[in-house]
Design a protein around this ligand. Structure first.
Ligand code: SF4
Length: 327
């Protein structure tokens, strides 16, 4: 079992398989995109499989495949098939849904535990304004396909002032008939330019208060273990509502996750600046034991929460695009 220096169990790895994305969500990257890392700098599938397996041997039991957009990377389905051989590993995927429709049946067969579908608006025009791409119909088709194949699905929407506030209540309304999780995420400064340290207007309290204007009976329900979201349910609704205080960082006390960037940088907190590069260690010929020791050593010096991790960045404020981290 893996533990950090604060006694928190670490059993969840978020693995970003690429920094490439086919959308340009303005809260994640500039319109012109970002400087993608060179292909040879990206972790190979063999390296990722080795790291996942070494993590599994240490107690990692959940992997979330993220990006950029993971289904943009060729060979991703073969990779998922290979790591799905690890008997107790639960594989989850976060996707923008633009390329996923045809893959849903295979994802179901692979036993993918759940899909987080990034969808910030149910309105085609607002979707375009936020993503700067005309992919709304494709994403909605993927959503319907996920429901049809009964893959546990969560809709993740970043709440942005002046952009998609009109989507909050219609998205909550989906939970009446659909057994899904609709989750609202506080905006974060991982947008390629930062936030000058200013908090974003719509925090978890304001989001909940807004929901209560139409659903005063919404009730707090028990949060799953290690949950990053505060979870609620409206009486007689089949689905649930979650609010992820990602900038307020309320959930660090039970944080059980580590992250790997597309080029193999280990992050023990979303808000840190990376601890060391596992890819370089592997390419320098490190043994499995040496890689596992380096991982345990990194966890022995982990920030207690996201605020401490951000403070430790000193003159290097948070501004990198979320596509370079994997969310
Ligand atoms: S902010 Fe950092 S410590 Fe807090 S939950 Fe996120 S990753 Fe964990």
């Amino acid at each position: 079992m893996l533990y950090d220096n604060h006694g928190r169990i670490i059993n969840y790895m978020r693995l970003a398989v690429t920094d490439r994305c086919n959308l340009r969500c303005f809260y994640c990257m500039p319109e012109e995109g970002i400087q993608y890392v060179q292909r040879q700098e990206l972790l190979t599938y063999e390296e990722m499989e080795r790291i996942v397996t070494l993590g599994y041997q240490l107690g990692i039991r959940k992997v979330r495949i993220t990006g950029g957009e993971p289904f943009l990377r060729k060979g991703i389905m073969d990779f998922l098939e290979r790591i799905s051989q690890l008997p107790e590993l639960a594989i989850h995927v976060t996707t923008n849904g633009t390329l996923t429709y045809d893959l849903v049946p295979k994802l179901k067969n692979l036993g993918i535990k759940s899909i987080n579908l990034s969808l910030d608006s149910l309105d085609e025009k607002r979707f375009y304004e936020i993503t700067r791409r005309d992919s709304f119909k494709k994403v909605m088709q993927t959503f319907e396909q996920l429901l049809a194949y009964e893959i546990p699905t969560k809709l993740n929407a970043v709440v942005m002032a002046g952009k998609n506030i009109d989507d909050i209540l219609p998205m909550v309304a989906l939970t009446k008939e659909l057994p899904i999780g609709v989750r609202f995420i506080e905006e974060m400064p991982f947008n390629g330019k930062g936030s000058n340290g200013e908090a974003f207007e719509w925090d978890y309290r304001k989001i909940l208060d807004h929901i209560k204007t139409q659903y005063p009976s919404i009730a707090k329900i028990k949060d799953p273990k290690y949950s990053t979201s505060l979870n609620y349910q409206i009486p007689d609704h089949k689905g649930t509502v979650g609010i992820i205080a990602a900038y307020s960082r309320l959930f660090c006390g039970s944080c059980n996750r580590i992250r790997l960037t597309p080029q193999g940088v280990l992050k023990t907190c979303l808000y840190d600046n990376g601890v060391f590069n596992i890819r370089d260690l592997i390419r320098a010929g490190a043994s499995n034991e040496q890689v596992q020791e380096a991982l345990q050593e990194a966890l022995a010096h982990r920030a207690k929460d996201g605020h401490e991790a951000e403070r430790k960045r000193k003159n290097n404020p948070v501004q990198e695009s979320m596509a370079t981290i994997g969310g």
